[in-house]
Design a protein around this ligand. Structure first.
Ligand SMILES: [Zn+2]
Length: 236
């Protein structure tokens, strides 16, 4: 295992299935990247409209609330932009349409590094969310080779978008993770961003302590008191 520094002074893109996934898995690393000069943009595939325990809730209203929470969380972290694809929560399929949307946003934002869900070795094993696996797989397919190749989705060219080669993929929620980032610096903003997801937080007073315990557990194998962990794929 390797302790690694986050990317700095480069454009970073995050693709996540649900509005609070980024906070759970990589927000501490992103805070460090932002504070060392990186620009981070977030693409949310769904708006998490099934994220409620109240059967009387209206999905469209849940989505609106959660999009506002995602914007508030992004502001606390210092993200440059958040965009929403509005695919159905719990029902994301790896369609050509989804790949095309992902390719379009990769070509628009031109990231050096892209953070997304690990689709091959997801955490937790066996019980990972289906949307996480689907989004991770579709995003990797969009990165390589589709976004790079000019003859894939050539209609983007008439919209002024150039093909783009992502150089590094940082896979989060990964059972196989072996790269660790010390997030001592980013932890408080990671927790503050998570607390912006008010509708998803039943016990806000208890959350900071449980999250400190969680990042301590994640960091322990690397000898770090406070960490996030990734599988990293470099693309030549
Ligand atoms: Zn999720």
């Amino acid at each position: 295992m390797t302790v690694i520094e986050p990317p700095s002074r480069v454009p970073i893109m995050v693709v996540a299935a649900h509005p609070d996934d980024m906070e759970s898995w990589c927000a501490g690393t992103l805070v460090r990247a932002i504070d060392s000069g990186a620009t981070v943009r977030l693409l949310l595939v769904t708006s998490g409209e099934h994220g409620t325990s109240d059967p009387a809730d209206v999905p469209e209203l849940v989505a609106t609330r959660r999009e506002a929470e995602a914007q508030a969380a992004a502001q606390r972290l210092g993200l440059a932009e958040v965009a929403f694809l509005h695919y159905p929560d719990g029902d994301v399929e790896a369609t050509r349409s989804l790949r095309g949307d992902l390719v379009m946003w990769i070509r628009r934002w031109q990231p050096h590094a892209l953070f997304t869900h690990d689709p091959e070795h997801p955490w937790p094993p066996y019980l990972s969310h289906r949307d996480h696996r689907t989004v991770g797989r579709a995003t990797l397919d969009a990165i390589y080779p589709l976004a790079r190749d000019p003859l894939a989705f050539p209609e983007h060219g008439s919209a002024g978008l150039e093909p783009h080669a992502v150089r590094e993929v940082w896979l989060f929620a990964s059972e196989a993770a072996n790269f660790y980032v010390d997030i001592t610096h980013g932890l408080e903003r990671k927790i503050a961003a998570r607390l912006a997801h008010v509708s998803q937080t039943s016990e806000p007073a208890a959350l900071p302590e449980s999250w400190r315990a969680r990042v301590s557990t994640i960091g322990a194998p690397a000898g770090l008191g406070c960490a996030e962990a990734f599988t990293i794929v470099a693309i030549d």
